[in-house]
Ligand binder design. Structure first.
Ligand code: ADP
Ligand code: MG
Length: 236
């Protein structure tokens, strides 16, 4: 295979941060447990995408990440698979609240993330619920009461459920802000900040975004601690 440097050049990976680990250029080099490797194999994937190759070793070091990569580059598994490893390490009780929280701008995107989490997490017995607006709260509240390791939510609906005191985020230690630029464009910044206030400061935070304007830089500076920045392709 290619050396890490040649791989990064070829795939236009650039990183900003101290002692950033080299990319995982193959699934075998990830050290993921066999049940997860089996899932990626049966999905027919032959190699990590560049954003996965560079996010995974950084995320597995429990470091904060800002990842900037365009749509369709495989960002979902970029944060979900290290989230599954994080879950195994924490061994929290899902009845007490989720350990992994993914915020996503829309119902459609949240549902897609949920589907991916269910597909790739089932063999690791990871439970996942999805919370979004435009649907009755009752079934979502019942899902929460059954317990979930992973919650995927739109900021508006999660904030409503928090205000009802029907979910606890005190166990969350792996927070993902997916499509951060879109969430800010949609006006979700106040809800995001209220949600983050309910999460312990001692956590890992990962932000995925397609663009890197000053509003996104500002919230990243407020919510992330010494993040490693991973860029795929050209970033302005
Ligand atoms: P993004 O969030 O960057 O827009 P997604 O995570 O939705 O991208 O992934 C886009 C598509 O690529 C999905 O259908 C996903 O299942 C697929 N995919 C993810 N990882 C890989 C991989 N390593 N190899 C091939 N396809 C992949
Ligand atoms: Mg995505």
């Amino acid at each position: 295979g290619l050396s890490a440097e040649a791989y990064s050049l070829r795939h236009e990976i650039s990183v900003v941060g101290d002692n950033v680990p080299p990319p995982f250029t193959s699934f075998e080099s990830t050290g993921f447990p066999s049940e997860i490797l089996r899932e990626v194999q049966s999905a027919g994937f032959s190699a990590p995408t560049p954003i996965q190759a560079q996010s995974w070793p950084v995320a597995l070091q429990s470091r904060d990440i800002v990842a900037i990569a365009k749509t369709g580059s495989g960002k979902t598994l970029g944060y979900l698979l290290p989230g599954f490893i994080h879950l195994k390490r924490t061994r929290n009780n899902p009845q007490m609240g989720p350990t992994v929280l993914v915020l996503s701008p829309t119902r459609e995107l949240a549902t897609q993330i949920q589907d991916e989490a269910v597909k790739f997490g089932k063999s690791s017995r990871i439970s996942c619920v999805c919370l979004y607006g435009g649907a009755p709260k009752g079934p979502q509240l019942r899902d929460i009461d059954r317990g979930a390791d992973v919650v995927v939510a739109t900021p508006g609906r999660l904030n409503d459920i928090l205000e009802m005191k029907r979910i606890s985020l005190h166990q969350v230690s792996y927070l993902v802000l997916d499509e951060a630029d879109r969430m800010l464009d949609m006006g979700f910044e106040p809800q995001i900040r209220k949600i983050v206030k309910e999460i312990p400061a001692r956590r890992q935070t990962l932000m995925y975004t397609a663009t890197w304007p000053k509003e996104v830089r500002k919230i990243a500076a407020d919510l992330l601690v010494k993040p490693v920045q991973v860029n795929i392709g050209n970033v302005d």
